[in-house]
Design a binder for this molecule. Sequence first.
Ligand code: ATP
Ligand code: MG
Length: 367
Amino acid sequence: MSAALEIQNLEKRFSAGRPAVDDVSFEMSSGEIVVLLGPSGCGKTTTLRCVAGLETPTGGSISIAGALVSAPDQGIAVPPRKRDLGMVFQSYAIWPHMNVFNNVAYPLKQRGLSRADIEAKVQEALDLVGLSDYASRPSAALSGGQMQRVALARSLTYRPKLLLLDEPLSNLDAKLRLRLRADLRRIIKQTGLTALYVTHDQSEAVVLGDRIGVMRDGKLLQLAPPHEIYNRPADLFVASFTGASNLLAGRVRSIDREWGSIEMGDGSHLLATLGSGIAIGDSVTVAVRPENIALGGSGEVNRFNARVVSRQYQGVQTAYELEVFGGRIEVVELGTGLRFDDGAAVPVVLPPSLCWAYPQDPEAVSE
Ligand SMILES: Nc1ncnc2c1ncn2[C@@H]1O[C@H](COP(=O)(O)OP(=O)(O)OP(=O)(O)O)[C@@H](O)[C@H]1O
Ligand SMILES: [Mg+2]
């Protein structure tokens, strides 16, 4: 069976200089949710718009369900309406002068379905998004979250080959966003749709995606299941963008398979997992997530003496700033306890499989 979406060497250049989308390739299988994640301006929306046909790529190719829809070097550019897509964007984009039923029914009327068929499909879509009692409500009298669900229902009625969503939750308040993102995954999985979803919010990406693609400067850096992105980031950018905020400078002293002994600023040695292409003597940056460091714990490997510089009690967790390796690290301890005082000496344990060494980053802490 052909891939639901296949993108090869996609490039989009708006003007001279760095392309907005730079040699991006990936495939999606049917029923899969892929989330493109990355900072503002990294090319997420442009990638999605190229798939939709709203932007004309300058290179590469795009196939949807086995059909080539874009290949500039062969002069192929299938118009958006012929790509059989559903789209949900940041702005609600529903028609305020129509009621909920007519908004959702619109694409079906366009496709010339019978009245009975339309009624059944609209009702089914409204059930899915939890708005079955709102069919006759004027759209202007809906909350933001309800409007977003109407937009989603509208894109579900005709079961497109591919659903494209660009930050559909970003206009909503935090609580609604949390609820809708869980609903979204359930609805997409229930309908068996294939969905390409764009966000700059890592927690949204983790909850929603079967796989996450991290982008930077138009390039796709890593495309993998969420747990792999979090436990084995491909490079320093992926590590730090997804929250490995401790970046420590050191030098590689010895290597044993994927493990390296790293000499830190104060002369102590840290055992870390090495990224590719690192040799003895190289300067490296070790990235560690604040949640992956244990305070006061047992264990002989990677156990160091640290001192509490400051702490911030956050109720369900406490964020500590500690002095160690001649620099500072942040450690987050889950739980409502408040175990260590300012100035206290406390041992820290850093699990070697969760310390990742990458080629030197100039902004890493060094002494
Ligand atoms: N129509 C356009 N003309 C010229 N440059 C554009 C155009 N659209 C986007 N760009 C540029 O392309 C790059 C990628 O933009 P894009 O909108 O894809 O980013 P994004 O990852 O979606 O960011 P955000 O998270 O802010 O939505 C940016 O540098 C942007 O300025
Ligand atoms: Mg965007």
